[in-house]
Structure formats: structure tokens, C-alpha cells
Design a protein around this ligand. Sequence first.
Ligand code: SF4
Length: 375
Amino acid sequence: MLDIKQLYDGFRNPETVRHLARTIKDEAEDLAAPLNIMEVCGGHTHTIMKFGLKALLPDNIQFIHGPGCPVCVMPKERIDHAVTLAMQPDVILVTLGDMIRVPGSQGSLAQCRARGGDVRPLYDPLDALRIAQDNPTKTVVFFAIGFETSTPMTAVLLQQAESRGVTNLLFHINHVLVPPAVNAVMDDPQVQVNAFIGPSHVSVIQGAKIYQPLVDNFATPVVVAGFEPVDVMESVLRLVRQKVAGEARVDIQYSRAVSPDGNVPAQQLVNTYFETRDAFRWRGLGPIAHSALRLKPEYAHRDAERQFGAVLTDREIDDHKACQCGDILRGLAKPADCRVFGRGCTPQRPLGSCMVSSEGACNAYYRYQGVLNER
Ligand code: SF4
């Protein structure tokens, strides 16, 4: 039988990590230019910080943190939507974990709850179905967030609500897409990224093929990496080797979970219920065309944005003046560049979204700053 602990001990083996670090250092001497690797996903940021991987790399290799934290990229006006919905009579607003603590212009959902809003955290999206069934006189709104990874779960919830005739469950859809966001980052002339560690959970669903246009458009290698330190270091080595060889292609390091084509039934389920929005405003990145999903018109009866359209506004709301989340999400700044990092902004009292979630760069820097010792 597969010994999971032994397996993961292997992916965290310090000697393997050190060996990879030595190999990277040797081979990176042949790089013609510095290698600036964007790890798109906040899960990879977390691994890099937690295990101090940056300190193992030579000076000509840098990590640049990307926009792959769904909580971090949610703009304030969407959080305001959630707060407004939660304050409506006979509405229960349900959403996943960290979203409750992200500040909008009217405060966070946690503060809204203190003012009397019925806000309930979910650990499993399907719990929303039970809450709706248990409260037939109320309208339950699922504030759905996440990248391509979590959209299938929302689709399953909707499918279940339809098939069981649970009519009092609505959806406020905030599912966003990785490729358009990464393209937007690369279109910014200030951004110095020339290699990517590709998000792997997204790739489990969508397949690594979704990065081929990125490689084609920008001649930038992409390695889809697992989340353990050995995965990340091996992926860095693979990027170094592509660069030294003058190549740019999509490579799958995380082959134990990711395939080129992904989970086709999950993709089909998502396509049953969702369509692409013309544009969606990302925190820090601004409006990006075709970068998010919404429910198809035939599911308008489930769409909280349509059903509560009279009380929801789409006024753009800027971040706190001191917050540099925007620059961090675009790869132009590091958390320690923010003057309120660890002072006015901490995980206990977050000022910006990047400090809330464990996938946020500011949160990871704060949590592991003893490891990093970068400030
Ligand atoms: S430390 Fe806080 S205020 Fe500064 S960029 Fe990060 S989240 Fe924003």
C-alpha cells in the first residue's frame, strides 16, 4: 500500500533539496541573463517562503510573486456586493473561509456579521445546499470565488440545487481565470518576468495546455510544478535548463496529478453552467477582458447579481492609499516594500487582501519572515 507520509517525506527531503540547489547553482552559471521566475500561484509562494527556498538559489535567479491568490485579487466592489447582500432581509450569505476577513469599502464580511448580517463560513461548498434546505423561508447566496480549480465545485453545487429543486439557493459568481491574468501581467512593460512556475491545481482541471498560448506569445518557458519543496526546486532546475538551451515550452513537473488535457468531464460540467464575462476588474491588475466567468442566461434564476441587481452597484473602489497589493500582484513590488507591512497591516488586522489569506504574499512574508530574514 502507498505510504503517503513516506511519499511526502520524499518531496521534502532536505538532502534532495540541497542537491537540487547545488545543481541549479552550477547550471545557472550558463544563463545569459538573470532568470526572473513568476510563481503565479499563492500556494507556491507559500512553499517558497515556508521552506526558505529563495535563500538556496544563486543571485541570478529571483522569484516574483504573481496574482494567483483568489482572495487577494477580489476587488473591493465585489466584497461590497457580498456585504450588501448579507444585509438584505431574509438573506444568508455563505462563502469560503478567508473571504470573510477581506476588507471592502464598507468593512469586511466579518464586520458585517457583527452589524447583524447573516454571514456563514463554509468548509465545503455543498454545505450551502444543506443551509438552503434547512432555511426554506430565506434566500441563501453562495459568494463563489476561486480560479479554475474551484469552479467545478460551484458547478456541482448548482447541479445539485437544480436536480433537487432547491430554489432558494442563488450564486454570486466571482470565478476568475489564470491565463488572461498572466497575459495582462506580461503585457505590462515594467514587468521583468521571463519564466513561469505554472499553477498546478488549476492545471489538474484545465490541463497544462492552457499555457501554450503564453509560451507562443512571449517565448517564456512554463513548468507546472507540485507544491512540495523538491517539486519547486526541480521545476526551477527545469526552467534553468530550458533557458540555457534557448527553449520555451510547457513542461509538466507535477505529472503525478497534471496532464496536458486535464479533467475533461469537469471542464464540460463548468461549460454547462458558465460563460466568460466580457471583462472583470482584478485588484491590482484592473479590468481584464474575458478573465472571469458568470452564469449563463438560462440560469438567471440562480444569479444573485441579476436577482439583486437593484441594490448592487459596480462603482470601482480603490485600495487603501498605503496598500501596495496592486504592485505585489503585478510582480512589481515585494511585501517588505510596503511601509505598513507588519506594522499597520498584520494577519490579525489586515489592511489589504494580500495579508488575509495564507496564499497571499504579504501573509506568507509575515508568517515566515524569520525564515526569510529579508527585511
Ligand atoms: S502589507 Fe498590507 S497594506 Fe501592505 S501591500 Fe501587503 S496587504 Fe497591502
